[in-house]
Write a protein that binds this ligand. Structure first.
Ligand code: CLF
Ligand code: SF4
Length: 517
């Protein structure tokens, strides 16, 4: 056995000890994950996730994050990456971010935090790998923690250099680290990573993948030992690692990962990546959901990721980066109003708490509705954020999808669509695309909708619901679900599962046969 393999085997044996879910968190009563709330988590974990939009599904309706693109270099090559663009482990391919110095980045954070008081998290996620650029990454953290002490620091890495930097990360009080782990089997890894560069040497093939997985899992263990919350991102690549990700889910849970975010590969020839050029397809939304469902019971699933770019600003799913270009932030007159930010966030928390109570009260009234235990339906929601049904059908660029059952309303994903309303007119091609994208949903909740799309949706078997405009999503969808069950009970409708959707992901149409029930 060569010295490198012996060293990695030793690391693998050392990290094979089971740790259980959560970094000191999770009481076994509930999943400590993105859907968990205040009552489900130990207080110290709740404090860390309650206003992090990626680590709490509920928080992502209320709180924003921003990225600063300070890390251009990378130490590995992924077959889904083209270095012209941002790191595809956190970003959609095909978009390029404006590179910043740490000083520009710190100024940008203060400018954004002064303008968007619900911006609570600064993440460094590229455009290359933050830990392949440690000086720039940590200098940015140093400047930001001084200038904006209430902002949570977050990091996303491929993990190769992670074990060397864990103490520094802990020293900056970074509470949230994401590691992209696409495999734990080096044979599979060799199909994803052509090479890695470590310790002044380039490794290729299975040897490269073995080194990478050992370093990733070692870094994950080291972080969770220090109480740092870890999220694992995995890119689902059909035919390469899709089934294997169930094993990855188990392995990262054993090592204390708090969340697992399985993201679809986005691949097209124009991205110039190996996978794009060789015709490797991404998964359909249904395939993604099936895999995420199969992983339930393991490490908790994150399903609300938007694969945002390395200079993203705003709520997940919205992009306000154009308001904060370098030119604009240099011209802005900013002052950091810590008290004002705290007061704003206190009001957000008050509103959030009263809505949680209303939602729980509505859920209690589900008891006793005939058939609730066996019926599950998907519904689509048009929203601009804040957990409200507050978007017009014609203005929606995406729909959030919820699964309704006796257990309540559970967020299961989002579907990107083309705008229906274009220049004051409804676009028929877009409407057909929207119907295909939400074809597996029984209803679509909107703030407002015109007569034409309404009729077409009804003809397609999707009920348009505009009676809950500007109300809370979970409370409203549960109320509608009760009326749906009542209609079944009265024999007015017959419940039937709907077919799989043909869905756009990241602007690409993933083909799947329509099977409308
Ligand atoms: Fe950024 Fe990532 Fe931190 Fe979030 S993103 S570094 S954990 S603050 Fe979030 Fe964006 Fe998905 Fe990332 S939605 S791509 S999971
Ligand atoms: Fe590209 Fe990110 Fe992979 Fe590096 S880690 S090769 S930047 S996708």
């Amino acid at each position: 056995m060569d010295p490198l393999t012996a060293q990695q085997d030793a690391i693998m044996q050392e990290i094979a000890r089971h740790k259980g879910c959560g970094s000191g968190g999770g009481d076994g009563k509930t999943g400590c994950g993105s859907t968990a709330g205040r009552d489900d988590l130990p207080p110290e974990i709740w404090e860390k996730v309650k206003n992090h939009p990626c680590y709490s599904e509920e928080a992502h309706h209320h709180y924003a994050r921003m990225h600063v693109a300070v890390a251009p270099a990378c130490n590995i090559q992924c077959n889904y990456c083209n270095r012209k663009y941002d790191c595809a482990n956190e970003s959609r391919p095909g978009v390029v971010s404006e590179r910043l110095t740490p000083e520009q980045a710190a100024r940008k954070v203060v400018a954004v935090a002064s303008t968007i008081p619900q911006m609570t998290v600064l993440g460094i996620a590229g455009p290359g790998d933050p830990l392949a650029n440690p000086a720039k990454t940590f200098r940015t953290f140093e400047l930001v923690s001084r200038a904006a002490p209430d902002i949570k620091l977050c990091l996303s890495t491929n993990g190769l250099a992670l074990p060397d930097h864990v103490d520094t990360i802990a020293g900056f009080k970074v509470d949230h680290v994401t590691i992209t782990i696409n495999m734990i089997d080096p044979e599979i890894g060799a199909r994803i990573y052509p090479w890695v560069f470590w310790n002044h040497r380039r490794y290729t093939g299975v040897e490269a993948a073995r080194l990478l997985t050992a370093r990733q899992l070692q870094g994950l263990e080291m972080l969770t030992e220090r109480g740092i919350l870890c999220k694992v991102n995995s890119v689902m690549i059909p035919g390469v690692n899709d089934r294997h990700l169930i094993e990855v889910n188990r392995a990262v849970k054993e090592r204390g990962a708090f969340l697992h975010n399985i993201m679809p590969l986005i691949s097209a020839p124009e991205h110039g990546t190996v996978f794009g050029l060789t015709g490797q397809r991404g998964p359909t939304a249904q395939e993604l959901k099936t895999l995420q469902d199969a992983c339930e019971g393991g490490a908790n699933m994150m399903r609300h990721c938007r694969q945002c770019r390395a200079d993203a600003v705003g709520l997940l799913g919205e992009d306000r980066s154009a308001e904060f270009t370098t030119d604009k932030i240099m011209a802005m007159d900013v002052s950091y109003d810590l008290d004002g930010r705290r007061a704003y966030q206190a009001r957000v928390e008050e509103d959030r708490q009263s809505r949680v109570e209303a939602r729980e009260a509505e859920l209690r009234t589900l008891d006793g509705h005939g058939g609730a235990s066996g019926v599950t339906v998907l519904v689509a929601v048009a929203t601009k954020g804040s957990g409200l049904i507050n978007e017009h059908f014609g203005h929606a660029r995406e729909f959030q999808v919820y699964e309704l059952s006796a257990a309540g309303a559970k967020f299961v994903g989002h579907r990107r669509v083309d705008l229906y309303c274009q220049g004051g007119y409804g676009e028929e091609d877009s409407l057909a695309g929207i119907i295909r994208a939400i074809n597996d949903c029984h209803a679509v909740f909107v703030a407002k909708i015109g007569g034409c799309p309404k009729a077409d949706l009804i003809a397609a078997g999707i009920e348009p619901v505009d009676g809950y405009a500007h109300d809370d999503i979970a409370t409203s969808t549960i109320a509608w679900f009760k009326s749906y069950l009542d209609r079944i009970g009265r024999g007015e409708i017959v419940h039937a599962a709907r077919g799989d959707a043909l869905i756009r992901q990241g602007g690409l149409i993933a083909l799947q046969s329509l099977n409308v029930a």
